[in-house]
Design a protein around this ligand. Structure first.
Ligand code: MLT
Length: 201
């Protein structure tokens, strides 16, 4: 997968896996990584799907309606890419924390829905429930921050709460953070995520 890797000064800090939103690329979320931790290594990946020229991490049939078969395939592809990247760049495979926005948050959530050992934790900015009706792996010991908007037209408040419940039921420790805004990523939300990361890692 197209990506960039920046080795950080502190090898013990989690590797920040940056996953952009629809139409973005691997450069978009670099400023977030700096706010979360300046010394952490960064692995930033570009989604392999193009929707009308816009990169994404998996196909969708319509806004908010995912192509489930492709979601499962792309989740596995990203999972395998993480395994390969850990070997190539010689970082601790078990020490990855995802930072995703929108479509990137959805594939990060999908990694946790499908693989017990994909991520140590995740900052999910405006995620949806990636898939319903499946058993999740045991996510005890995993930490998740969900940034949600009370007026988010893409991901309803109810869906944000549903995602929280699913992850908590699988054993994850989840912080659900609200902004009285829509789907956009605000400074306040980024700062709240950075503070959450500092408290845990
Ligand atoms: C998705 O397709 O993943 C969500 O609708 C968010 C987005 O528009 O990227």
């Amino acid at each position: 997968m197209k990506h960039l890797f920046q080795k950080g000064k502190d090898p013990l800090k989690p590797i920040l896996l940056l996953l952009h939103g629809t139409g973005g690329n691997e450069l978009d979320l670099l400023p977030l990584a700096g706010k979360i931790n300046e010394e952490a290594s960064i692995l930033s990946v570009r989604g392999n799907i193009l929707e009308n020229g816009m990169p994404r991490f998996f196909r969708r049939l319509a806004e908010g309606i995912f192509d489930e078969e492709d979601l499962v395939f792309r989740t596995k592809e990203l999972y395998q890419f993480l395994n390969e990247a850990a070997e190539k760049y010689e970082f601790e495979r078990k020490n990855i924390v995802a930072v995703g926005y929108s479509n990137g948050a959805n594939i990060a959530a999908s990694l946790m829905f499908h693989y017990q050992d994909a991520l140590k934790g995740a900052i999910l900015h405006h995620p949806m429930v990636p898939r319903r009706g499946i058993d999740l792996p045991d996510l005890s010991g995993k930490y998740v921050f969900i940034g949600a908007g009370t007026n988010d037209p893409i991901c309803s408040a109810q869906e944000s709460e549903e995602l929280e419940t699913i992850l908590v039921n699988a054993g994850a420790k989840v912080e659900l953070h609200w902004e009285n805004r829509g789907h956009q990523l605000t400074f306040e939300e980024v700062n709240a995520a950075a503070q959450w990361f500092k408290n845990i890692f």
